[in-house]
Design a protein around this ligand. Structure first.
Ligand SMILES: Nc1ncnc2c1ncn2[C@@H]1O[C@H](COP(=O)(O)OP(=O)(O)OP(=O)(O)O)[C@@H](O)[C@H]1O
Length: 352
């Protein structure tokens, strides 16, 4: 199956999922998922626990066989091909390194299985150490003497050692602390750029997905609710579920559809869709009269987030969150009644 590229040519997708389904008894864990993933794309599947992400990625990696549907790798049917015969590799959350072996031996494992000669294996392992920004002398180090972040880099080097066409990542950073996770997110994005390979990544964190991905799929109950670029998803969430996944956003139930909608006693422009929810990101709320929809709010709480300050507001019986960049205006005090405003263009209307 070919898709048209932006240059007007055609390209065979790296991976093409056609109605991929996996049932466990009465439960449909993955429900007829259809999608093309382009060569060299960083594609992330995001969803809450139990939405079917792990099952889907296991199906794509060949660790599980679909109940129905077809999987094509560069146009070739691999639906029933076992994992070890596919040109793919997987990095897991539980690192699955051999603890009694050195870093070098771990990285070389797949090459050894393929019968690559020791000097060539060593050379490639050293190359991979530098690609993953680990010192060369780590080659002889025991993996038990590596930190969590270093072990994760060794696991990535080991996955890359077999020179796979596609790399799958099953929540590889979720066991690491916040700062290390942030560092490795950037490193993974750079690794993707340096290798040019197709990365398929799963996580329950939309924030993590936003940093790294070319495209994101939001998964709920075995289906993709929305597939798009990080910007599409952030600016135009398709429904409340997706909007709620973006972390702290304001989701306002708008009473009265049709010609105009009411918000805290104010007229808003009519919703673009036949839906009844307006999603407003915290940074869309400004202190002062800058936006055309204006209201007075009581400041309930102020949280310093570093680059921005978050205010918890109350407008009648509505609770709202506003975020103002550090250095923009003066700090406002809890207990103060303050004028806020926003632009109707910043509303994303969602149904359901
Ligand atoms: N081998 C299995 N047998 C029966 N049910 C299964 C099996 N594997 C997964 N499931 C069920 O399929 C559904 C999807 O599970 P899956 O692990 O794919 O979700 P997930 O989104 O990866 O969740 P998490 O983020 O918690 O790992 C769940 O309801 C789970 O209980």
């Amino acid at each position: 199956m070919a898709t048209v590229t932006p240059e007007g040519g055609t390209a065979v997708p790296a991976l093409s999922l056609q109605e991929i389904t996996r049932r466990f008894g009465a439960l449909t864990a993955v429900d007829a998922v259809t999608l093309d993933i382009a060569e060299g794309e960083f594609f992330t599947i995001v969803g809450p626990s139990g939405s079917g992400k792990s099952t889907l990625v296991r199906l794509l990696a060949g660790l599980e066989v679909p109940t129905a549907g077809t999987l094509l790798l560069r146009g070739e049917d691999i639906t029933r091909q076992p994992a070890n015969q596919r040109p793919t590799a997987m990095v897991f959350q539980s690192l699955a390194l051999f603890d009694h072996r050195s870093v070098g031996q771990n990285i070389e494992f797949a090459m050894k299985m393929k019968g690559v000669a020791p000097p060539a294996r060593r050379e490639r392992a050293l190359e991979l150490l530098s690609l993953l920004r680990l010192p060369r002398d780590y080659y002889d180090r025991a993996v038990t003497q590596c930190s969590g972040g270093e072990r994760q880099r060794v696991a990535m080097a080991r996955a890359l050692a077999s020179d796979p066409e596609i790399l799958f990542f099953d929540e590889p950073l979720s066991a690491l602390d916040y700062r290390l996770r942030k560092t490795l997110e950037v490193e993974l994005k750079e690794l993707h750029q340096r290798t040019g390979k197709t990365f398929i990544y799963i996580t329950h964190s939309l924030e993590e997905a936003m940093v790294m991905s070319d495209r994101i799929a939001i998964m709920q109950d075995g289906r993709f609710v929305q597939v798009g670029t990080p910007q599409d998803i952030y600016q135009r969430p398709r429904n409340r579920f997706v909007a709620g996944f973006m972390g702290e956003v304001n989701i306002l139930e708008i009473r009265g559809r049709g010609e105009s909608a009411r918000f805290a006693g104010l007229d808003l422009p009519a919703p673009e869709v036949a839906g009844a929810y307006a999603v407003l990101r915290p940074e869309a709320l400004q202190a002062g009269d800058g936006g055309s929809v204006r209201f007075d709010a009581d400041i309930v709480q102020r949280l310093m987030l570093g680059s921005r300050t978050q205010y918890h507001l109350r407008v009648g019986d509505l609770a709202l969150i506003a975020e103002i960049g550090a250095g923009v205006g003066n700090l406002m005090e809890p207990g103060q009644r303050t004028r806020f405003s926003f632009d109707p263009d910043d509303i994303a209307w969602v149904a359901e």
